[in-house]
Design a protein around this ligand. Sequence first.
Ligand code: SAH
Ligand code: SF4
Length: 394
Amino acid sequence: MTAANLLEFDLDALAAFCEQLGEKRFRATQLFRWIHQKGARDFAQMSDLAKSLREKLAGRATIQPLAVLSEHVSADGTVKWLFDVGGGNAVETVFIPEDDRGTLCISSQAGCAVGCRFCSTGHQGFSRNLSTGEIVAQLWHAEHQLRGRLGTTERVISNVVMMGMGEPLQNYAALLPALRVMLDDHGYGLSRRRVTVSTSGVVPMIDRLREDCPVALAVSLHAPTDALRDDLVPLNRKYPIAELLEACQRYLEAAPRDFITFEYCMLDGVNDSEAQARELLRLVGERGPVGRVPCKINLIPFNPFPASGLTRSSSARVQAFAKLLVDGGLVTTVRRTRGDDIDAACGQLAGEVQDRTNARSRMQRAPIAIQPIDSVVQRRTGAAPSGSATETTR
Ligand code: SAH
Ligand code: SF4
């Protein structure tokens, strides 16, 4: 019998596992707290568990972290890890510290099957789903590493965004228990408002998430019309915009926030015209296909990579687009980015996932490799009056 990796289990699953060992649920709770709240790996150190249980666990269970291929820390404390997930695949996790929070950007798959034109992960194709344990291990590693480094026992990560590699709603079975571990008071105790699932629009799974675990939702929209979105986000051919917006409306009934975030990657000459800004306003307004959708728009300057054949909108264009949305009454944020930030920012994570050697050597160019991370660290521009364009982080 192979040992069970306890990072794979939410509290209910851990309780079921413990029951098989003849142990009561409160023992599972203690164990869960040791693993997630204290970052323990070694059963022997779990001093309030009976010795007999610790011995049973030692034979049948492990707490299996991911192997770290590289780690880079930027001057401001932003950290990027590249984790080996076997078979030549690697995934990335990014920690973004800000004054009032610490955000961890987590991957859900090695590669991605959706194949968005502007996304480097999408261009690599799909390797495999991460397991619950591999998703949770990113948080487990980051939280406890950072606590150790900062010399604190306080929580460091206050927010999680599922915006790394992969489409989380195409890995729902593994995602759901992972979300439960994040939210559990005996786990990481994150509030539902502070855990965000970002999706390219897997409509049936948005409904499932609403029923099972309604955390904050970000939807990668990127285009105001089906014709364009079909091209940029191929999943749109299966779940066109009107159906997606209906799913958003349904989601809002259970969502922890009273708006949906729409992400919109600004592509030069593709989706960034004034006419398209107006179309976007109309789409989510009273006269749109599903009526007004309470939302916030997050404009992301495109992070270019050669194979895409696409270029980033000028900042003047982004500002003009943002202004039109703001004038039309939409709360709009612009994610700040810099010229050479192509490797660590959105859509660039583990850019050479199939080629670990290359990824490694690329990561070793430390000053360049860490530079991109700064680009996703945002300066808050003070209180944001509703309907104004501000800068934001993911
Ligand atoms: N698959 C999910 C989550 C991961 S992608 C999704 O698509 O929502 C996280 C965000 O990064 C998405 O909004 C995605 O559209 C955006 N993104 C992908 N590639 C990008 C790029 N090259 N430049 C800027 N943003 C990008
Ligand atoms: Fe997949 Fe998201 Fe990239 Fe599209 S943007 S290919 S859904 S990871």
